[in-house]
Write a protein that binds this ligand. Structure first.
Ligand code: FPP
Length: 260
């Protein structure tokens, strides 16, 4: 039976107090260090990173995760050496073309968030093709954040909402957190329950700033190309042990008032 599309629910900004994460957001860090430890070029680390992502998508399917959002390229990554940026762009195109059919067969809906105007026509086309081929799939939503930044996302939402106010379609008094949340990227998905950053840094790095207000933050030293299904299980088990209070006291939670 097809699973309910999380986009159909109106509960996206409601806290998930279930034991299993519905939405996992990942910063895939450490590709460069993985490569340099092996005396390989950084590009080899990124290639190995794609393989790691493949394994994690498979495992997310077996865990019946609803949404997996991965940070593939931040707005700040343009500052990297030109050669590395070019390599990453080519890698996105080839990986998309190579993997999209298999993802489709497994029922994965692939979508992208971020400002894609700076991307080549070829990459924009590969993104559009992947999104339209897989858009109706129900098993897992794989969201790739590319040329994405949390501040860009919030600014973009402000612009859209201001335009609606200016056009007389929205009253300022109607503008609330629900409206803002829905206007952001991922506004139609439940907010991330679990954030994972590999590679040892303990930062959010301008990722899903608004959307991660209540997300459990998990950091691991494991470099992204080495991050495998066992590491994902460790992170999910760690999440299961968190007590998500959402501003309530532990005593209140024992008589649970937060909707399931
Ligand atoms: C960070 O490691 C990684 C990136 C900037 C790129 C991540 C991209 C992939 C894994 C490919 C994903 C592909 C698709 C199609 C979604 P780093 O280079 O910052 O590593 P370092 O901190 O060790 O230098």
């Amino acid at each position: 039976m097809p699973r309910q599309d999380p986009r159909d629910t109106d509960m996206n900004s409601q806290p998930n107090n279930r034991a299993e994460p519905r939405h996992i957001a990942i910063i895939m860090d450490g590709n460069g260090r993985w490569a340099s430890r092996r005396h390989l070029p950084r590009a080899a680390g990124h290639k190995a990173g794609v393989q790691a992502l493949r394994g994690i998508v498979e495992h997310a399917l077996t865990h019946r995760i609803e949404v997996l959002t991965v940070y593939a390229f931040s707005s700040e990554n343009w500052r990297r050496p030109e050669e590395e940026v070019r390599f990453l762009m080519d890698l996105f195109i080839t990986s998309l073309k190579e993997q999209v059919q298999e993802l489709h067969q497994h029922g994965v809906a692939v979508s992208f968030i971020g400002d894609h105007q700076a991307f080549s026509k070829k990459l924009q086309q590969a993104i559009t093709e992947a999104e339209s081929l897989t858009g109706n799939n129900q098993a897992l939503n794989l969201v790739v954040a590319a040329n994405y930044g949390g501040r860009w996302d919030i600014t973009n939402a402000c612009r859209k909402l201001a335009a609606r106010v200016a056009a007389g379609k929205l009253e300022i008094q109607e503008l609330d957190e629900v409206q803002v949340g829905r206007t952001l990227s991922l506004g139609h998905f439940p907010e991330p329950d679990l954030f994972i950053r590999t590679g040892g840094e303990r930062r959010i790095s301008n990722y899903l700033l608004w959307q991660m207000a209540y997300t459990e933050l998990y950091f691991t030293e494991v470099l992204w190309p080495d991050f495998n299904h066992q590491d994902l299980d460790i992170a999910i088990n760690w999440y299961r042990e968190r007590q998500r209070r959402f501003g309530q006291t532990s005593e209140q939670l024992t008589v649970s008032t937060v909707p399931d």
